[in-house]
Design a protein around this ligand. Structure first.
Ligand SMILES: NC(=O)c1ccc[n+]([C@@H]2O[C@H](COP(=O)([O-])OP(=O)(O)OC[C@H]3O[C@@H](n4cnc5c(N)ncnc54)[C@H](OP(=O)(O)O)[C@@H]3O)[C@@H](O)[C@H]2O)c1
Length: 505
């Protein structure tokens, strides 16, 4: 045993260390681990892993619950003891576990980051301002430099400082895990990073923000306006008081940037990912989608690869009503993956919440403690925004106009001049109430009866052509608000067939 430990020290940082480390872990632990709870033990004492926690909010509390309440059960299953040594938070007295274990809490982050007995640091701090990501990145890098492995749930920090953080982990030969940073309780990071390691992901489409999905489902399924759906999401605690990061698509973009790091080893800046939110969508868009186009609209973060080139986008997408993503409702998350070997698969589940997110965090801790090492990042890929421009797609364009003769032919003129062919012009019967809503929202001074919403769909064409046509149309004085353009992807890869859905196609 001493001999193996000796070799282990000598080899630290080299490639062989991982296997030797695992051997040492297993010998020291004196057990073999079986995922369904069977453990073969020796009489040796179990190894103790000391953990430090940065943050004690929703996720931090969930992690404390699991590690304090389930410690014995986990020890029996794992053959090692996971022990929280210190918890950093600004206001310890307000925390649930403070009254039971006050000595575990500190208001000094260095008591976690530089604590010599701690080997794994969990970072679950919240953000009050985006600029705070720099401080949090510093905590993570310092912890890695101090020889600790790090588990973080923070997509914003990884999106902004991922390259620096990953480099620090490699240089320190420590593990960095972030299962909870994307789709909270869904084990998507491990599935993509390990489960699909030999495979090649061609496309990925994700409903990655539960707040947006809740709002869109409320509009689509319960006929709410955007404003009332947002208010309800805030009342139920799904949306922040300031919902900007969610409804503008920034949170989805952060998660997509993290997925690009994982899937293709690409460190793309957030602003390089073209991002559109949901705050320009109206109930009328969902009425047209359902009643005229048998479709639904979801905010998707998506990635497409062609050979070694990759593009990523965040935008509302119109898809067939029977598509599996179209039917993921409420605050759920979903990730549809299309890969070369496994073809199409879909992960659906809770993307947030105390317990699901804490489970992901603790599973990362266990994985590190068990000596499972992080994979090498893929190399050789390039981010190419222009890749999306090469594709031809159908588009939905919605107008709300002050009615007068000749409007449609003027619009068609702009589209024709940019080589965009119209497929259909469609109009629902709109109530006075609906028109009055637009009158109020867009401050229209004329009569309600003058307001006319309608849509058109265009045949597959390049995005740039639609964009140029819309630039011209946008200048016209008959518009109450800018046209809303939504990409239509009726042929998204799916895991359900027409037969087993039966409707909506
Ligand atoms: N909540 C979820 O369901 C969920 C899901 C997936 C990922 N995440 C990620 O997990 C992380 C934690 O989320 P959460 O929901 O647990 O956040 P939270 O409830 O707002 O908790 C935030 C924690 O961070 C501390 N904190 C906030 N601002 C700070 C600052 N400027 N300096 C020092 N400490 C600060 C708070 O300290 P005090 O309490 O002492 O003030 C609290 O302990 C975030 O990165 C989030 O994106 C959350």
């Amino acid at each position: 045993m001493d001999f193996i430990r000796h070799i282990g020290k000598k080899c630290k940082g080299s490639k062989t260390i991982s296997r030797i480390d695992i051997a040492i872990h297993r010998l020291q632990r004196g057990c073999l681990f079986f995922p369904i709870g069977y453990t073969i033990r020796s009489t040796m004492a179990n190894r103790v892993i000391k953990i430090g926690l940065l943050g004690s909010g929703t996720v931090g509390k969930g992690v404390q619950d699991i590690l304090f309440q389930d410690a014995q059960e986990l020890e029996k299953r794992l053959g090692l003891r996971l022990e929280i040594e210190k918890i950093y938070t600004r206001s310890p007295q307000k925390k649930y576990w403070f009254s039971r274990l006050p000595h575990k809490f500190t208001t000094d982050p260095n008591e976690v980051i530089r604590n010599p007995v701690i080997s794994i640091v969990i970072e679950v701090l919240g953000l009050e301002r985006r600029e705070e990501t720099r401080d949090i990145a510093n905590y993570i890098v310092d912890a890695l430099k101090s020889g600790k492995s790090v588990v973080t749930a923070n997509k914003a920090v990884l999106a902004s400082y991922g390259e620096e953080i990953h480099r620090a982990a490699v240089e320190a030969s420590r593990d960095l895990r972030f299962e909870a940073a994307v789709a909270g309780g869904i084990p998507i990071i491990r599935s993509l990073g390990e489960g699909l390691l030999p495979d090649h992901v061609n496309q990925l489409y994700g409903i990655l923000n539960g707040t947006c999905n809740y709002i869109l489902s409320s509009i689509s399924d319960h006929g709410k306006t955007f404003e009332s759906a947002l208010k309800e999401a805030q009342r139920l605690g799904y949306a922040e008081t300031d919902p900007t990061a969610d409804i503008k698509g920034h949170d989805t973009r952060d998660k997509l940037v993290v997925l690009l790091q994982l899937l293709y080893g690409l460190f793309v800046k957030e602003e390089e990912v073209a991002t559109e939110g949901i705050d320009h969508l109206e109930k009328v868009d969902f009425d047209y989608a359902r009643q005229k186009l048998h479709s639904n609209i979801k905010l998707l973060g998506y990635v497409r690869r062609r050979d070694k080139e990759v593009v990523a986008r965040v935008s509302p997408i119109m898809m067939k009503g029977g598509h599996i993503l179209a039917r993921v409702d409420g605050a759920l998350n979903a990730i549809l993956v299309d890969s070369q070997y496994c073809e199409t698969m879909c992960f659906v589940g809770k993307g947030a919440g105390e317990k699901p997110t804490a489970n992901s965090v603790v599973s990362d801790v266990i994985s590190i403690a068990m000596g499972h090492h992080t994979q090498q990042r893929p190399i050789g890929f390039q981010f190419n925004e222009l890749l999306e421009e090469k594709d031809e797609n159908k588009y939905y364009i919605r107008f709300v106009v002050k009615d007068r003769p000749g409007i449609v032919s003027e619009i068609l003129g702009y589209l024709r001049d940019n080589e965009v062919n119209v497929d259909e012009v469609l109009q629902l019967k709109h109530s006075q109430e609906e028109k009055a809503y637009f009158q109020k929202k867009f401050g229209f001074k004329g009569a309600v009866g003058e307001i006319l919403p309608f849509i058109l769909t265009v045949e597959p064409c390049r995005e740039v052509s639609v964009r140029k046509a819309i630039e011209g149309i946008r200048r016209q004085d008959f518009l109450l608000t800018g046209p809303v353009v939504i990409k239509m992807l009726p042929n998204l890869p799916d895991v359900v067939t027409h037969q087993n859905v039966g409707t909506g196609l």
